[in-house]
Ligand binder design. Structure first.
Ligand code: SF4
Length: 343
């Protein structure tokens, strides 16, 4: 690693901000009418999801919940329903809880500093920093995966992620602009996502190439160094597609806490790694196989074998029409779609 101070921060900022001012992607949460609520919502959605994928969800969500108050006052089932397809449903639960906290404790207004924002439920260091910088233009060190990549290449950091995170953060802080926090945060994240990309960085058009150690050594894509991925376990389970003669489906709601909390699902034999074996909820006669699906969670892989059976009647509390389904997880939407196509 070169010396941390080898990059003159003011010249670096000038080059980066000049490049950003010459053109960048338009995003609905970056336009002049965007409020802190819009920026916060977008940032939460963007965790684990790309900008292109997020935009339709963002617009649909805002159509239903145009203000923080409307989100805070909505039932959680409704929020989950509008989160469907984005995955990582804990984010939707925390979004809802955070909106309620802001309404109750802050009179419906976001606090404006990084430290106050960090006290809100569900806001980690990144989200607090990006909100402070981009919603309130207050000084903050914004470091996402894109910024980590840029910094690790600029300085050729040999330490592997995730252990290198503190070092990268400190170096990022040396470069960040204290006078233009909003523009700087947007610019460095844009540089990481559009120019300093993971596999084909465009160093020839990079505004900060003159200070980049990895560019000088020609080994850009070797950075950031990463610890080898751990193998994750593989589980197999069964899910039942239960229908009645009119085509209605049997669904059950998951507990209010834990993985995929409060979402609906097909009954199953217990698919989580440590779950107790579960039985079919009704007496099932003939069961026919309708294929299987695979799904990867962050900590395990799952193969879900699908069986179909028809029963004379489904209890009213579990009976759902296929065209009016409650909020399902990505796993269960995949399972249901596959099973329905194969019965
Ligand atoms: Fe990334 Fe290349 Fe720019 Fe270095 S010169 S920051 S590797 S795009």
């Amino acid at each position: 690693m070169s010396q941390p101070n080898h990059i003159p921060s003011q010249q670096f900022q000038t080059a980066l901000l000049g490049w950003y001012a010459r053109g960048h992607r338009a995003m609905p949460w970056r336009d002049e009418n965007a409020t802190p609520y819009h920026i916060w919502l977008a940032e939460v959605m963007l965790q684990q999801t790309t900008v292109t994928a997020v935009i339709p969800y963002y617009q649909r969500f805002l159509h239903r919940f145009p203000t923080l108050q409307s989100l805070a006052e909505a039932p959680i089932d409704d929020v989950l329903h509008h989160w469907q397809g984005l995955g990582y449903y804990r984010r939707a639960h925390m979004l809802h809880k955070c909106a309620q906290t802001i309404l109750r404790d802050h009179n419906g207004h976001f606090p404006t500093t990084e430290s106050e924002l960090l006290n809100l439920p569900g806001l980690g260091p990144y989200t607090a920093a990006v909100l402070a910088a981009t919603a309130f233009n207050t000084a903050a060190n914004v470091v996402d995966g894109n910024v980590e990549r840029v910094i690790s290449r600029l300085y050729r950091i040999e330490q592997q992620l995730p252990a290198a995170r503190n070092t990268l953060r400190t170096l990022a802080g040396h470069l960040a602009s204290p006078t233009e926090p909003r523009l700087y945060a947007n610019a460095i994240m844009e540089l990481g996502s559009q120019v300093c990309t993971p596999t084909s960085p465009q160093c020839l058009i990079c505004p900060v190439a003159q200070w980049c150690q990895a560019n000088q050594h020609g080994d850009q894509t070797s950075y950031p160094r990463k610890a080898p991925k751990k193998q994750i376990p593989h589980h197999t389970a069964t899910a039942w597609l239960i229908t009645d003669p009119s085509g209605q489906l049997y669904l059950q709601q998951r507990p209010a806490t834990g993985l995929l909390a409060s979402l609906y699902e097909l009954p199953h034999s217990g698919w989580e790694p440590k779950s107790e074996p579960q039985h079919a909820p009704l007496a099932l006669d003939t069961q026919t196989e309708c294929g299987s699906i695979s799904h990867t969670f962050s900590h395990f892989k799952l193969t879900l074998n699908l069986l179909h059976t028809e029963v004379p009647e489904i209890p009213a509390s579990n009976r759902y029409a296929p065209d009016n389904l409650p909020a399902l997880s990505t796993l269960m939407r995949k399972a249901l779609t596959h099973a329905l196509a194969h019965i």
